[in-house]
Design a protein around this ligand. Sequence first.
Ligand code: AGP
Length: 619
Amino acid sequence: MVCGIIGITSSEDVLDKPLGVSLKEALKKLEYRGYDSVGFALIDKAGRLVVRKSKGMIDAVAAKVGFELFDGYTGIGHTRWATHGPPSDVNSHPHTDCSGKIAVAHNGIIENYMELKEALIDEGHTFISETDTEVIPHLIEEFEKKGFKPYEAFKKAVELLRGAYAIVAIDVNDPRKVFFARNTSPLVLGFGVKANFVASDAVAFLNFTRRVLALRDGEVGYITPEEVVVERLEFREGRPVWVAVDFTSRVKNIDWTVEMASKGGFKHFMLKEIHEQPYALASTIASAAESVDKLAKILTRVDRVLLAGAGTSYHAAYVAALLLRKYAGLWALPVVSSEAQWWLSTVKEGDVVLGISQSGETIDTLKAVREAKKRGALTVAVSNVIDSAIPRESDIAIYTKAGPEIGVAATKTFTTQVTLLGYLSLRTGVLNGFLSESEASEAFKSLRELPNLVRHAINTYEAKMASLAVEMKDRPNAYFLGRGLGLPLSMEGALKLKEIAYIHAEAYPAGESKHGPIALVEEGFPTIFTIVTADEGELIKSNVEEMRARGSLTIAVFPKNLEDIARLVKTPIKMPVVKDVAASALYIVPHQLLAYYTSVKKGLDPDKPRNLAKTVTVF
Ligand code: AGP
């Protein structure tokens, strides 16, 4: 899972506030990643290391430790999501060495920490936490004792680590530097004026700079207020040597704004992000026209397409596979990333594998892309984060333009993924001649209308879903049933309700419901149908009847012209009649709102569901 990391180094008083406050503000921006403890370390103006940390949420910890009381020019902060050792004050980061001069915050897992810890204990080091991270400051200390300068000692320590990590460290013996290292876990640098930043996500420092460098695996370095150094370990004549990385061409200006990364008057990020969908879709559609053509041309020549994704991105992959089949006549298969290896075993040159991931960092999806590449397939990333790991490692990258998504539950990234991939399906169908011109023009028109349709759907259904949430909030279970495109949308609806409202929600192909799941259905058991096309509606009628006959609370999201469905279900959610390529994004909106309001009515925080993190970088 992911923790949040920030490192700041500034000269003079450019931050305009105590460093402790800047660290706290950056950590607040990283809250969405999921955490149970908070801490920071800074070198104060007298050159002493100050560390304050505790189990709990940022505001509560801030009230306890007083971030505003501490100032300096170099500091690091951390939000921890427990892996090694339960959430506790002592297990919170940053961790320090025996002398209390070095502080380290870390995201990821150090696989060989036990053997390192034992060796350090033999050398006389004392450990106070149960974490894997604590070995790092002690290793640095050990190398300094052996005569290495702080940055050299940091690199020597990193050389010994195995596993996934993003690390930041500060050291009173070299007080203007924040050291960093990345392997698998995300880490980005921000280039400011008389101040530089390192963080797990650029949203942490957007109020200072939008000039960003996404670090790559194996990169290690440091920032000072004036300088950024990035190095990587290479083997020359069999010997490891650290060589400087020329990163100038990789520094990008990101078009995310501070407002995009703040709640802007909404109670939760999730609600704001649901409401942002019209803009996100309009930007994605506008950029799709330029970005997907090269890929569409390639797809006209390929044999098979596999689409890998996790969670919501898997549901987008499923929708896209159906659209690629329907509009471009392609053999396309969606696979859950963590299961991809069993499907990838016959992939070869001539095949295309899409890795779909809003964050671009999900390790299961990255692994699927790596495996596909090894087997000679062309790899394509579909991401919302420029230069993240999956786009970097893929042959081609296309991007949704959803802006930063902070809420743990994916909303605008799903609708933009589906739309971008729908657009790709249409373009491929046009280029390979599978799709007639008239059908293509009607379908493209529906995509152009989509932002307004989504805006209208939000306005129409927000209040209705809020009141339906009152009915849903005390139900322990729900089924989401669909056929065709309605199935992945049902899966997405169920995931939303499960992850933020903690209701046990299962999605099934509607036709499968009578092969087992129906055994649970009794008076008041909610079954929520999603119907995208008239064909699906025709087939699903008997399934609705079956549920009705058992007293189920039937709800359906469907095109408003399907009168039979309207008559059959208790709660009809009548949607505009629109081409399926657009309906695949539009018809999820009521589900998003239902999950959001059910969570809120249960008194939960939809932005920070328990046990979940926004980006999952562990297998
Ligand atoms: C979605 O609401 C979930 N939080 C989760 O399933 C997510 O979609 C999944 O972890 C994949 O993330 P990605 O798109 O960043 O790869």
